[in-house]
Design a protein around this ligand. Sequence first.
Ligand code: 3PG
Length: 401
Amino acid sequence: MLHYKCLNKHEMSFISIEQYELTNKRILLREDFNVPIVNGKITDLTRIKAALPTIEYLIAKKAKIGIISHLGRPKNYSFDNNFSLGNICDALSKLLNLPVKLIPNDFNTPLSSEYISIFENIRFLKGETNNDEALAKKMAAACDIFIMDAFGCSHRAHASTNGIAKFVPIAIAGPLLKKEINSIKKFISTPKRPILAIIGGAKISSKLPLLTKLIKSVDKLIIGGGMANTCLKAMEMEIGKSLYESDTVTSAKTLLETNKEKILLPIDAVVSKNLNENHDVRTIALTEMQPDDIIGDIGTNTIKSYNEAIQNAGTIIWNGPVGIFEMETFENGTKEIALAIANSNGYSIAGGGDTISAINKFAVTQKISYISTGGGAFLALLQNKELPGVTYLATSAQSAT
Ligand code: 3PG
């Protein structure tokens, strides 16, 4: 069994929105519309689509809806068009077939049941990320009911995910948040063995606590992407000019030495002298790496060994690509992993922005058992960490009004 015995924080039963009278009520709905945008265009609608059932329910109840979200990590707490939620309005309006208005995030504009209001990016305000009480109170005063539905940022203790819930008359969990927590919780309490985790991404420093914890619960762990480079460096292998984190080499070495039997790393790679220009692209054994080679993807023998682990797994946890899958030259490793997971008989659970993009790109959405909208939140829940976004939400221990 995975080590998730203390799930109490998440085992509590949240009160459903169905138990509240919502008609004509001013609702602040926290969603996670932090979607990838390239040149002003949304490249993946998964998070917006996942929120539609909640929004449609509120529309049917004739509630006055104001949606709060962040988008990206804007610097200096000031307006930046690249991070404006104006980028989201059109897409949401098309999906709902209803007018969607962008309104200022001063929380002074009255909400209406005739259209959906979206407040401008909450991260343009300094008080958001430091969970400022004055901002939380201001938001709370603008609604009768707060609905926290943004699973994707429920691991953040911010004013709009945590603080606000302390000051509103009613703070409830939205259907998406409930679905995510219940599905992941159900999965982690009854996983089928052997359990395989595939964790990719650029920085091992940010995922080391996760890997250290996860390795105790899983039977095999594939470390992919840039993180694998740091591990290869820790094994004193030549990785050429590939990116790695020098500060984390020692910790990676400890992880590898203590878990030799469980960890799978690349044995060959697709390399180039210049990733952007696809200069001298070759698939080579890692023992043939030259000092000016850069790793862009895993090679065919690595794919074979990973596929075998995937076919043998009863449960597969996937977060993070194993190569630069956005570039055609280096997409094959992640593609083959996605297809192998899709065709395996194991239960598969995946989460994270890049992972969802890869799942969509390689058209395997229908064949993954559960796809979470969360990246950091998905990983936090897998580690059984407390989610600040649920701390103050109404549970069955409290009475619905
Ligand atoms: C995510 O994309 O994981 C969430 O939206 C949280 O975003 P953040 O990491 O910028 O807080």
